[in-house]
Each structure stands twice: as C-alpha cells, then as structure tokens.
Design a protein around this ligand. Sequence first.
Ligand SMILES: CC(C)(COP(=O)(O)OP(=O)(O)OC[C@H]1O[C@@H](n2cnc3c(N)ncnc32)[C@H](O)[C@@H]1OP(=O)(O)O)[C@@H](O)C(=O)NCCC(=O)NCCS
Length: 179
Amino acid sequence: MKLPQIEAEHLLLTSFSAADFAGVKAWAGDAENIRYMLWGPFADEAIHAFLQVWAQNAALETPTGYQFNVKRKAGGGNIGCGFFELSEPAEIGWVIQKEYWGQGLGAELGRALLRFGFDTLGLPKIVAHCDAENTGSHKLMEKIGMRRTNLSLQTRQGNAALDGALRNELTYETERQAG
Ligand SMILES: CC(C)(COP(=O)(O)OP(=O)(O)OC[C@H]1O[C@@H](n2cnc3c(N)ncnc32)[C@H](O)[C@@H]1OP(=O)(O)O)[C@@H](O)C(=O)NCCC(=O)NCCS
C-alpha cells in the first residue's frame, strides 16, 4: 500500500515533499542529532536527494519500506522521521529533532509505527535496533512495550560523527497481541 497519513495525539505522520527541506536539515544535518544513527550528517544536496526519493517511495503501491514525515499537529512543519522497513521481520526506527526531545513525542511516534505495523499491515512481529549507548532510543523502546532480545558486541558500524568505529548494538522486539 501507498504511505498512509497517520494521526496520533500530538503528531501527524505523512509523506515528504521538497517543502520539508528546512525541517529535515535541522536533524539530518546536525552531528549531535544523528550521532547514534547509521548515516549522516548530510549536506544540503544529499537532503534534497533524500526528499526526492522519500516522496517517490510514498507513492509506490508495493514499497520496501516507509519514511514517515513527522509533524507536530500544533506546529505544522517537519520535526523528524519514522522509518518502517518491510524486512523479515519488519524493523522500525525514529529520529526527532533535538529541540523536541524529552516531551514524549518519540514514544508517540514509536507507538504509531507499531499500530501501523500490527493493525494496518497485520504483521506478526516488529524489531528495532539501536546503539547500546543510545539511552533515549532504548528507553523509548521499553516505554512502548518492546523487550530487549540481544546485545551484539562491536557489530554496529558507528557514525562518522563517532569516528566510525564498530559499536555495541541492542535489539528489541515485540509481537502482535492476539485478539
Ligand atoms: C530516540 C529519540 C527519538 C527519543 O525521542 P524523544 O522525543 O526524546 O522520546 P521521549 O520523549 O518519548 O522519551 C523516551 C524516553 O527516553 C528518555 N530520553 C530521551 N532522550 C534521552 C537522552 N538523551 N538521555 C537519556 N534519556 C533520554 C526520556 O526521558 C523517556 O524516558 P522516560 O519516559 O522514562 O522519561 C530521540 O532522542 C532522537 O531523535 N535521537 C536521535 C536519533 C536517534 O538516535 N534515533 C535512533 C536511532 S536507532
């Protein structure tokens, strides 16, 4: 299915367009914001290119994954991204622009991604990975009911903002509830 629009309590998850450049640059271009992620920080040209790809992906009937444009209902513009990989098992990820950390928006995004995976797509299981030192991300996973299943030592490619060395990675997962 094409990328749907999802409404949560404070957030709207929708598709990207070129108009989201400034919002996306605020997190994708910021070394602190993406230090525990696998990629970035990105220069302007790369962000323009990503926006084009993400907008095209949103229109595909059989995509390999979704990149949700995360907007605050109250504020309007982009403040992050929700990633949904249709792998086996499906994998989710998130980034919120750092000015908005610690307000519960990451957990709200995570819950919206789980609902989409379980209720809309009917998937049996969803996993997520993070750098073992990424406290915000693994606390988010625990907050949304995912459970830790693995700690893998020095297997995660560190971001260039963290010198690129191999890092420890946590895996979390959760299953669809019966009924
Ligand atoms: C991970 C992330 C999305 C969390 O977003 P958020 O909006 O701060 O999430 P929440 O406000 O729902 O907080 C989730 C929990 O983590 C805690 N937390 C958030 N950031 C934290 C930090 N930097 N250090 C310690 N705890 C943190 C919150 O206090 C909360 O726990 P609590 O309910 O017990 O207080 C955000 O920190 C982020 O975008 N990080 C950069 C991108 C990234 O690393 N993504 C993950 C890649 S795997």
